[in-house]
Design a protein around this ligand. Sequence first.
Ligand code: SME
Length: 159
Amino acid sequence: MYDYRITAADKRTLYADLLAALDGLTSGEPDGIANMANAAALIWETLPDLNWAGFYRNVGGELVLGPFHGRPACIRIPFGRGVCGTAAATLEVQRVDDVHAFPGHIACDSASESELVVPIVRGGQLLAVLDLDSPNKARFDAADEAGCLRLCELLASRI
Ligand code: SME
């Protein structure tokens, strides 16, 4: 077992420590599913106020549920649908303060109020998206977005 309990006074430090832990946890491991599983566990344990944290993988142009923590979720999401599908289709981060105001949002867990979805891209190709859900409105700010982008840049070479 690994003990990566991270506490930090500010988000910059929190994400720097999280990135270092993720690097250590995935370094030298070639199995992408194992690395996504540990990444989901680490993020879930580290970031407060989440009700879902995990991955959807790009499987033949469709998003398919990957390793996660939280309630059981919808398994397949077409590109362009919901928050995850929009991130997949545009390759752009989706930071949504109020998921109920997002057209086509897919309510996997009715507790979700805000959401951050970050594409994981290698060589211009979408590998997966990181999806974080929160029961709090506007849970994710620019520091969360920047921190999660760094995590996903690292994961692009580890999954
Ligand atoms: N709400 C997401 C679907 C995935 S779940 O939140 C785990 C969406 O609209 O893409």
